[in-house]
Write a protein that binds this ligand. Structure first.
Ligand SMILES: [Zn+2]
Length: 118
């Protein structure tokens, strides 16, 4: 039984061995990044994967004036993010800190870099 606050998942022995070997090989480097156990290593791999998967659902649709329009495949909608007062505001989530505003910041920064090099 896992200790309180943890849940267990059963994986193939070969996968476990691969994870363990990779962890052992990179142990020192991982410790410097704050990953001090095999559990923490697996947790980080899974969390990174899920974050990337979430991002993959978004597509940049277009930009007009101060609005970045994003296609969100999960909710099957176009989401408008307003850029005002140095903040991104998502009109869908009514938030300045959601998946959409994070994605909009990425588009905004990339566009500024492109404009500067013109
Ligand atoms: Zn949002």
């Amino acid at each position: 039984m896992p200790r309180a606050g943890f849940k267990s998942v059963t994986i193939k022995e070969s996968t476990y061995r691969e994870l363990e070997e990779t962890y052992r090989r990179e142990k020192e480097m991982l410790a410097q990044e704050g990953v001090g156990s095999l559990t923490a290593f697996v947790t980080r791999i899974v969390a990174n994967h899920l974050r990337e998967r979430e991002k993959a659902r978004l597509r940049h649709f277009n930009i007009y004036e101060n609005v970045i329009r994003i296609q969100d495949a999960k909710i099957k909608r176009l989401v408008d993010v307003d850029y005002r007062n140095n903040e991104m505001f998502c009109n869908y989530c009514h938030s300045t800190e959601c998946l959409h505003t994070g994605f909009a910041w990425g588009i905004y920064r990339k566009q500024r870099v492109t404009r500067r090099s013109d």
